[in-house]
Write a protein that binds this ligand. Structure first.
Ligand code: NDP
Ligand code: 2IT
Length: 449
């Protein structure tokens, strides 16, 4: 006899928890999805019959490898490399590479799992994957980063390709790293295979707006949520965490839409600039000089640096967590609510703890989960793949218009699914179920693989 949706979800979650008991981030991401799927499985008993959940929580393939490299003192260093190819029912595996000291299998699996549903939501026909290394690029010379990337690709190249798996950037991996990785791929294979990586330099296949896409997309998503309730970004104050790729372009787009982003942060603390963050200065410090956020306060009159602490203590109506997982906890959520927050849109992946998500949703504010709100980055990566395949090149305005249209579709699909499954405005339920149904249907149609 078939289990009820509830009992089925519980049994899948328990089995996964046993098998992956030492993977807390993965289990957190898995629960966040499974816990919302009861009404979907009630409508689709065939998903239970075909063991879609059991198959979804197990990656298709996991690759772990040694990455030896020489530092500037000619000492041998060894890091661990990962690529988790989670699900390719919708298209080639797609997802970023993260270089950060905290990277381990649990982190890569949580990111790869989320990527399945995010990528499905974009409707760009891409599967879900993630990879990376516990290599820490902070304080490394360009030459060290290059040697590391070359060694990393010397193993990874066998598993990727424009029709199989297409990595891109994430924390610690930007244009510089993608360049070194691509160079080594080309050298090893003898092929200039543009579509094997996204986020490339614009002179050799990189798409316009890919750099801006995740941050811009998160703000477009917030704008869509506000539009539904007759509100706007214009004239509103925003707090943003992080000062990397996603944060910088979220700040830029808030300001272009008439809002004022007053914070940015890194792992050492945050800055508050009541006049609005000067995005050109921020780019100079972070993108050009690879400096620290405290440098901003030293160079911008009126701005102050707060060591440690939390940007969520700064009152604002809009909040964009754009740094890392579990950076917005229950205490931070309470502080945001006390400060009058109206919208939280996740630029980062899983930045809000489950307790904080519950608190924010119960308080009735608009909450945009990362799978939907930060999908603009990977969606624009898919646009880069299209341009590479066609040997075509779109201009900035056309590319941004495509991104904005995709964010509108992702919003609408998430909202409609939240209505269909009985909780209108619950974008967590909506994004999870809309993404899940697309993947589950493809898996069933393609048989037991
Ligand atoms: P970057 O490396 O460009 O920037 C990361 C920022 O977050 C830095 O300011 C960094 O500070 C801070 N940060 C990272 N880890 C921690 C930590 N453990 N504690 C405190 N601060 C931390 O990365 P991105 O901007 O690309 O990525 C940010 C988030 O957005 C990640 O969650 C990523 O998965 C997600 N994302 C990225 C996409 C993309 O296209 N790049 C697409 C979709 C989501 P410090 O320098 O001090 O470490
Ligand atoms: O989390 C993400 O969606 C990314 N890091 C972007 C992935 C991509 O392939 O562009």
């Amino acid at each position: 006899m078939q289990l009820t949706p509830n009992a089925h979800i519980q049994s899948v979650a328990e089995a996964a928890a046993q098998r992956s008991h030492n993977e807390p981030e993965f289990l957190q991401a898995m629960h966040e999805v499974l816990d919302t799927l009861v009404p979907v499985l009630a409508e689709h008993p065939e998903f239970i019959e075909a063991a879609v959940l059991e198959r979804l929580v197990e990656p298709e393939r996991q690759i772990l490898f040694r990455v030896p490299w020489l530092d500037d003192q000619n000492r041998v260093r060894v890091n661990r490399g990962f690529r988790v190819q989670f699900n390719s029912a919708l298209g080639p595996f797609k997802g970023g590479l993260r270089f950060h000291s905290s990277v381990n299998l649990s982190v890569v699996k949580f990111l790869g799992f989320e990527q399945i549903f995010k990528n499905a939501l974009t409707r760009q026909r891409i599967g879900g994957a993630k990879g990376g290394s516990d290599f820490d690029p902070h304080g490394k010379s360009d030459e060290e980063v290059m040697r590391f990337c070359q060694s990393f690709m010397t193993e990874l190249y066998r598993y990727i390709g424009d029709q199989t798996d297409v990595p891109a950037g994430d924390i610690g991996v930007g244009g510089r790293e993608i360049g070194y990785l691509f160079g080594q791929y080309r050298r090893l294979t003898g092929r200039h295979e543009s579509g094997v990586l996204t986020g490339k330099g614009k002179g050799w296949g990189g798409a316009e707006v890919r750099t801006e896409a995740t941050g811009y997309g998160a703000v477009f998503f917030a704008q869509e949520m506000l539009k539904r309730t007759g509100e706007d970004i214009d004239g509103r104050r925003a707090v943003v965490s992080g000062s990397g790729n996603v944060a910088i372009y979220a700040i830029e787009k808030v300001s272009q839409l008439g809002g004022t982003a007053v914070t940015a942060s890194d792992s050492s603390g945050y800055v508050v600039d009541e006049q609005g963050i000067d995005v050109e200065l921020l780019k100079q410090i972070k993108e050009v000089e690879r400096g620290r956020i405290s440098d901003y306060a030293e160079r911008k009159p009126g701005a102050r640096f707060v060591s440690g602490g939390s940007v969520w203590d700064v009152p604002a109506e809009l909040a964009f967590p754009c740094a890392t997982q579990n950076e917005l906890d229950e205490r931070g959520a309470r502080a945001l609510l006390d400060g009058g927050v109206r919208v939280v849109a996740e630029g980062a992946n899983m930045p809000t703890t489950p307790e904080a998500v519950t608190l924010l949703q119960q308080s009735g504010i608009l909450f945009g989960p990362g799978k939907a709100a930060n999908s603009g980055g990977v969606a624009t990566s898919a646009l880069e793949m299209s341009q590479n395949a066609a040997r075509d090149r779109w201009d900035f305005d056309h590319s941004e218009a495509r991104l904005q249209a995709i964010m509108r579709d992702v919003h609408d699909a998430s909202y409609e699914a939240s209505e269909r499954y009985g909780r209108p405005g619950d974008y967590v339920l909506g994004a999870n179920s809309a993404g899940f149904v697309t993947v589950a249907q493809a898996m069933i149609e393609q048989g037991l693989v």
